[in-house]
Design a protein around this ligand. Structure first.
Ligand code: GTP
Ligand code: SPV
Ligand code: MN
Length: 582
């Protein structure tokens, strides 16, 4: 009996009988426990120690080569009614799903240790925070959960006070993709995941709990669980404006959250609250207040360099777990876009040979405590969260979509979010670079029917609220030469400034059928070397292209049938007719 909560003890007993571990370990979250886990993994070869003089307390984990990303085709929402999961999810009947996955869990922990991980998503004393318990047989998962969540004794105490928690059962199983499933039972507040050790499939507090299960709860309880970064923009007067931004996986959240303003912005500073998940709810003042439920970053390594994201690069030189990166001759971590060093061993542990592809896996990742980031703000620990002034949607679009535009109002903003499209990335298995609809960057993460989700979003627009303005950005437009037209990274500050100045009624814009765009003169472009013609193209609306886009968006909205809210259809019809007017 390890907890004061009977329901928790009973569940641990039940899982122990099913999975047959040799030992059960209740995690207290202490330093000593973390050290012991690292040593265990160094012994078993699950971790390799990196160069201790350049990268103290840094380790490399090489996963099974067939287990390097989320697996959307093996991820299920198992609601009683298939309609509630919606066409945006794979569905399986709960009884069938339990039977199928429990058969795989039977005896799967023989010879292994079962770890019980109590965790809290959000500051322990936050009314917005929620708790869960993950059971796993993977020490790698325990170590990552320790960095990514508030884990251990304090979380257990809150769970015992709350009396409720999300149950997450995980085993790496035999890592065979044919016996891999990530299943969610929203009505039972339960997650079962087997056959993968990869982040989003295995760190159950993250996508499974904080997005899929939480989005379901948020709908019932009147809040939002979103795939968004949260940042604060401080101007030279010392005023701070908080912004939340939803971009699909590997489309720039971590980088935007850690932005360092360019020279044209003396006295400005960007603060990082979170880089991946945002829980927000209306406060007494009618504004949306947001917390980052996570305590660390599980970030994309490739592309992280001294020019692109110096804040991230600096935080990765100590106390970091790397997964599937390459290493240099002197055992420093290496990835494409790092800008220094030379790989000698690739992510699979082979001698590096460019003929085998990139040295680091395109979805190689780092796990690091948020506190190690120089731009991290203590406001991330504020139990009330931070007030959100603007919401930004964005995707990876090599053509058509302008650098930035502002929606007309909340309903139009919800349409802009619902209509989001983005080219797929290596964060999930499958083809890369394929354009797909990814509403609010939640396609892989919304735990219920998108039609209901759009309706939930619209419901926040009611008397007495002071909702954020909604914008859309695209850093990924390409020119004829196939290169990105916009420099991105730090220079995205120029777009952020326009956004917060729009929120304060200070910046100019031109109205177009898709929303309001800045003119070149409305942006601070000082010191930016970009041809005027390119800049004009980034700020132009191609009406014919957009008319085709909106026709496709209409078909997409239809795919949710009766569940698509009428208000969204009306807003869509309005926009399409404005685009097709002579
Ligand atoms: P997840 O952790 O998967 O949710 O991803 P994320 O949205 O946090 O993406 P991240 O910031 O890690 O960026 C993914 C990739 O996009 C990296 O290789 C970045 O270098 C690249 N990237 C980020 N911002 C920009 C940008 O402004 N311009 C360009 N060209 N690339 C960018
Ligand atoms: C994503 O894929 O959006 C991630 C990484 O943030 S994972 O935690 O694996 O989902
Ligand atoms: Mn993500």
């Amino acid at each position: 009996m390890a907890s004061k909560l009977d329901a928790l003890n009973r569940w641990v007993d039940e899982v122990t009988r099913l999975t047959q571990p040799d030992r059960v370990h209740w995690c207290d979250g202490s330093d000593a426990e973390y050290q012991a886990l690292l040593e265990l993994m160094l012994d078993t070869g699950d971790l390799i120690e990196l160069n201790p003089s350049t990268h103290p307390n840094c380790y490399l984990h090489r996963s099974s080569p067939s287990d390097v990303a989320r697996v959307e085709h093996l991820t299920f929402v198992c609601s009683q009614d298939a309609e509630d999961a919606g066409p945006n999810n794979h569905w399986m009947a709960p009884d069938e799903a339990h039977a199928k996955i429990d058969a795989l869990f039977a005896g799967c922990m023989r010879g292994r240790t079962l770890y019980v991980i109590p965790y809290c998503m959000g500051p322990i004393d936050s009314p917005i925070a929620r708790c869960g318990v993950e059971i796993t047989d993977s020490p790698y998962v325990v170590a990552n959960m320790r960095i990514m969540t508030r884990m251990g004794q304090k979380a257990l105490e809150r769970i015992e006070r709350d009396g409720s928690f999300v149950k997450g059962l995980h085993s790496t199983g035999d890592l065979d993709p044919a016996r891999r499933f990530i299943m969610h039972f929203p009505e039972e507040l339960t997650i079962k995941s087997i056959g993968s050790g990869y982040g989003g499939n295995a760190l159950l507090g993250k996508k499974c709990h904080a997005l899929r299960i939480a989005s379901w709860q948020a709908r019932q309880e009147g809040w939002l669980a979103e795939h968004m970064l949260i940042l604060g923009i401080e101007n030279p007067q010392g005023e701070v404006f908080y912004v939340a931004a939803a971009f699909p996986s590997a489309c720039g959240k971590t980088n935007l959250a850690m932005l360092i303003p360019p020279k044209a912005y003396p006295g400005w500073k960007v603060w990082t609250v979170g880089d991946d998940i945002c829980w927000m709810q209306p406060g007494a003042d009618g504004r949306l207040w947001a917390i980052n439920p996570e305590a660390g970053f599980f970030g994309v390594a490739p592309g992280t360099g001294a020019k692109t994201n110096p804040n991230a690069l600096a935080m990765l030189d100590h106390d970091t777990i790397f997964t599937n990166v390459a290493v240099t001759a002197d055992l420093q971590p290496w990835w494409e876009g790092k800008g220094e060093g030379k790989p000698v061993t690739d992510w699979q542990g082979r001698d590096f040979d460019p003929a085998n592809g990139p040295a680091a896996h395109p979805n190689s990742r780092f796990t690091v405590s948020a506190r190690q980031c120089a731009s991290w703000t203590p406001r991330a620990e504020d139990p009330q969260g931070v007030p959100i002034s603007a919401i930004i949607f964005g995707g990876r679009r090599e053509s058509l979509v302008p650098l930035v535009f502002e929606s007309r109002d909340w309903t139009h903003g919800v349409l802009v979010g619902a209509a989001m499209g983005s080219e797929t990335t290596a964060a999930a298995t499958g083809a890369v670079g394929v354009l797909r609809r990814d509403s609010m960057a939640m396609k892989p993460f919304c735990g219920y029917n998108f039609g209901d989700y759009f309706k939930h979003w619209l419901s926040f627009d009611r008397p007495g609220t002071q909702l954020p303005k909604i914008f859309h950005v695209n850093w990924f437009r390409k020119g004829q030469d196939g290169k990105f037209m916009w420099p991105g990274f730090g220079d995205n500050m120029r777009v952020l400034e326009w956004i917060i100045e729009r929120c304060r009624g200070r910046a100019g814009a031109q109205e177009t059928p898709i929303g309001n765009l800045p003119r070149r003169s409305d942006l601070n472009l000082a010191g930016l070397e970009i041809p005027a013609a390119d800049m004009d193209q980034l700020l132009t609306v191609d009406r014919d292209g957009w008319a085709r886009e909106y026709t496709g968006i209409g078909e997409y909205l239809d795919s949710f049938g009766q569940r698509t809210p009428e208000a969204l259809r009306r807003e869509h019809a309005r926009t399409l007719s404005a685009l097709t007017q002579p």
